[in-house]
Ligand binder design. Structure first.
Ligand SMILES: C[S@@+](CC[C@H](N)C(=O)[O-])C[C@H]1O[C@@H](n2cnc3c(N)ncnc32)[C@H](O)[C@@H]1O
Length: 157
C-alpha cells in the first residue's frame, strides 16, 4: 500500500490504524465492484485510502456531512475562511466558548461547517458531543498549537 492518507478531522473510533487490514480486503472487492458504500463514514479514513470509482458516503451526523458538502462545493473559499480561525488569539477558552455559542445559534450551514472544524481541532480530544437538545457541548481542549489540516482537506476534495 502506498503512503496512508490521514483524515482532516479528529474522530472517535476512526479506523486509521486498521486501514491496511481493511483495505487489503476492500481492494479485492474493488476488482469486482466500482462503488464503495460507507454507511458510517465518520472522518473517512477507510474510503480515503481505498480505490473505488464511485463512493456513497453517509453518516447520521448532519454537521459532519454538511462540512463535507461545503468543502466539496467551495474548497478554496472554505479552507481560506477556516484557516483564519486557527490563530493564537482563538486558542483560548474564552474565544472557544464564544465560537461554540455562535455555532449553536447558527442555522447557516457554511458558518456551522467552519466552526465545526475549528471546534474539532480546539475542543477536548477532538470529541463531537451534543446534549439532548442538540447543543454541541465539548469543552475547550487546551492544545499548544492546533494543527490546521489544509493538506488533508485538499486531499479530501
Ligand atoms: C467510528 S466512526 C466511523 C469510522 C470510519 N468508518 C473510518 O473510516 O474511520 C462511526 C460513525 O458512525 C456514525 N453513526 C452512528 N450511528 C449511525 C447511524 N445510525 N447511521 C449513520 N451513521 C451513524 C457516527 O456519527 C460516526 O461518525
Amino acid at each position: 500500500m502506498q503512503q496512508k492518507s490521514r483524515a482532516f478531522l479528529k474522530w472517535a473510533g476512526g479506523k486509521y490504524s486498521l486501514v491496511e487490514n481493511i483495505n487489503a480486503r476492500l481492494n479485492q472487492a474493488s476488482k469486482h465492484a466500482d462503488t464503495l458504500v460507507e454507511p458510517f463514514v465518520g472522518a473517512g479514513s477507510v474510503f480515503l485510502n481505498s480505490d473505488f470509482k464511485h463512493y456513497i458516503l453517509n453518516d447520521i451526523n448532519a454537521d459532519l456531512i454538511n462540512l463535507y458538502k461545503e468543502l466539496k462545493s467551495s474548497p478554496d473559499e472554505l479552507i481560506s475562511d477556516a484557516k483564519k480561525l486557527f490563530v493564537d488569539l482563538n486558542n483560548h477558552a474564552d474565544a472557544y466558548y464564544e465560537y461554540r455559542v455562535q455555532f449553536n445559534q447558527s442555522r447557516d450551514v457554511y458558518e456551522r461547517s467552519i466552526l465545526f472544524l475549528y471546534m474539532n481541532r480546539h475542543g477536548y480530544n477532538g470529541l463531537c458531543r451534543y446534549n439532548l437538545k442538540g447543543i454541541f457541548n465539548v469543552p475547550f481542549g487546551k492544545y499548544k498549537k492546533p494543527y490546521f489540516p489544509e493538506k488533508e482537506m485538499y486531499f479530501f476534495v
